[in-house]
Design a protein around this ligand. Structure first.
Ligand SMILES: Cc1cc2nc3c(=O)[nH]c(=O)nc-3n(C[C@H](O)[C@H](O)[C@H](O)COP(=O)(O)OP(=O)(O)OC[C@H]3O[C@@H](n4cnc5c(N)ncnc54)[C@H](O)[C@@H]3O)c2cc1C
Ligand code: SF4
Length: 438
């Protein structure tokens, strides 16, 4: 065989690898650019929690951070643009921090907030107590996201509270726990294990933010040690299985959680301790543990009839709306997802009402789903409209041109949440605003 043929035989595989590498690189770069462009268009550039800030001068483009992000399977969070890592899905970042851990050159810093949007973080001492003696904070409210951190902090904060309530006092309770997410459940178990006089209240349902994850979301967590229960081995589990597990824990351990009760204020009690006022009454307690997370309280419409039991502030099971006339209020992703999934149920009539003229805050994927459902007649969309009054069998909606009366049996309001900053400041807790800092 001629020498050139040998060269060609050797070069072909090298060329094939080069072409494969070039195409893959091009695909990743173009996908990342498109994702960042969509996020920019939808105004979704502000991460809600701890997130990576990548220094392009240090980044060597090795892509380790992209591969390490546990959320990447569901949403592109990190991507590559011009050979540098970029946060391309900022609002999908939940602060795992796995990217920082793998970066070989230290190009990543984990920060709160951005230069344009500050994030309020309460000031908490190492024992989880705030500037207000006897008021403690654990879990995501303190700034540190993730289930494993919430569980660990819930346990540690209760250890600190145990040492405070050792000395005798005249309050009815040793501790009132507010919120039943991962931190609140763990601290409730710990209080029961230590035989403290405690109560736990929750404005919504068991599981906290986890209960609001999209259906079948894969939850990434780490094995944890729960008081009374012992070692829990979950690493990857569906949202539904995790909630089921906590419901079993609640039943088997006999912990008591008062649902549908919302804390309104925390004031000093005359003889020491605190008076906590809720929507259902008040508690006289030595200490308070706030495990209320950072999602806040659902924003209400503030219209007559809203107290009706047919009004909900999130979608739990679309099937429950089968054969019903449903109104969804809001223009963000949760509202659009609720409206389109309910519209898929047989016999359902869905109206989506939004006060603005465009769904500019929602992902293009959800806007497309709304267009498809509207074209097929399964969904009526009322832009620039406001709910005026809720009646048992109908709802009055003001559009630009008329006051409509729409037949109605159920309403889901997805109008965002009121963040707890004001509530914390009223208690006297110091809050600092972080603008892209650690
Ligand atoms: C979309 C998404 C995906 C995520 N995926 C993961 C994941 O895969 N793995 C992971 O580890 N973490 C994940 N996280 C983060 C994780 O959910 C949170 O870090 C964790 O739930 C925080 O727990 P927490 O107990 O501190 O607060 P939360 O879970 O937020 O619970 C707070 C509770 O307090 C209640 N509450 C609030 N205010 C009041 C009040 N005034 N009165 C009474 N009750 C009140 C709320 O209703 C809520 O139930 C994700 C977050 C989001 C948004
Ligand atoms: S791991 Fe570090 S160096 Fe590698 S792409 Fe990510 S930020 Fe850049």
């Amino acid at each position: 065989m001629n020498e050139n043929v040998y060269y060609i035989l050797y070069l072909l595989p090298v060329l094939a690898i080069f072409v494969w590498h070039f195409k893959r690189h091009h695909r990743i770069e173009s996908h990342s650019t498109k994702t960042l462009h969509s996020a920019t268009e939808a105004g979704m550039l502000e991460p809600a929690t701890l997130h990576p800030e990548i220094d392009p001068k240090i980044c060597i483009g090795c892509r380790s951070c992209v591969a390490a992000c546990p959320e990447q399977y569901a949403h592109p969070v990190l991507g590559m643009i011009k050979n540098k890592a970029r946060l391309i899905g900022p609002t999908d970042c939940i602060g795992h921090g796995a990217c920082k851990a793998v970066c070989p050159v230290g190009a990543i810093t984990l920060v709160f907030g951005t230069a344009t949007r500050g994030i309020d973080i309460p000031v908490v001492k190492p024992n989880f107590e705030t500037a207000v003696p006897g008021v403690f904070i654990a879990g995501e409210l303190g700034g540190m996201g993730l289930i494993k951190n919430a569980v660990e902090q819930g346990r540690q904060a209760m250890d600190s509270i145990k040492s405070v309530v050792k000395s005798s006092h005249s309050n009815d309770l040793d501790v009132l726990i507010v919120g039943a997410g991962p931190a609140g459940i763990t601290s409730t178990l710990s209080a029961k294990e230590s035989k403290l006089k405690s109560a736990t209240i929750e404005q919504d349902s068991l599981g906290g933010t986890v209960a609001h994850f999209p259906r079948r979301k894969l939850v990434m967590t780490q094995p944890a040690n729960l008081p009374i229960v012992g070692k829990v081995k979950f690493k990857e589990v569906s949202k539904e299985k995790l909630i089921e597990f906590w419901q079993e824990v609640e039943t088997k351990t006999g912990i008591q959680i008062n649902y549908g009760e919302y804390v309104q204020s925390v004031k000093p009690a005359p003889g020491g301790g605190h008076i906590v006022t809720t929507t259902k009454g008040s508690y006289n307690t030595r200490t308070v543990l706030l495990t209320i997370g950072r999602r806040g309280t659902p924003r209400q419409l503030g219209v007559p009839g809203e107290e009706s039991t047919k009004v909900a502030y999130r979608l739990i099971d679309p099937e429950q709306y089968r054969n019903m006339h449903v109104l969804v209020v809001g223009g963000g992703d949760s509202a659009l997802e609720a409206a389109t999934t309910i519209a898929e149920e047989p016999g359902t009539t869905v109206t989506l009402s939004y006060r603005s003229g465009a769904f500019s805050r929602a992902k293009p994927k959800n806007r497309d789903k709304v267009d498809i459902a509207a074209q097929s007649g399964r969904l009526s969309v009322l832009m620039n409209s406001n709910v005026k009054e809720i009646f048992p069998d109908k709802v009055a909606i003001q559009t630009e041109s008329e006051l409509l009366e729409v037949k109605n049996e159920a309403i889901i309001v997805s109008a965002g949440g009121i963040l707890p900053t004001k509530f914390l400041q009223e208690i006297g807790i110091d809050v600092v605003t972080k603008w892209g800092t650690e």
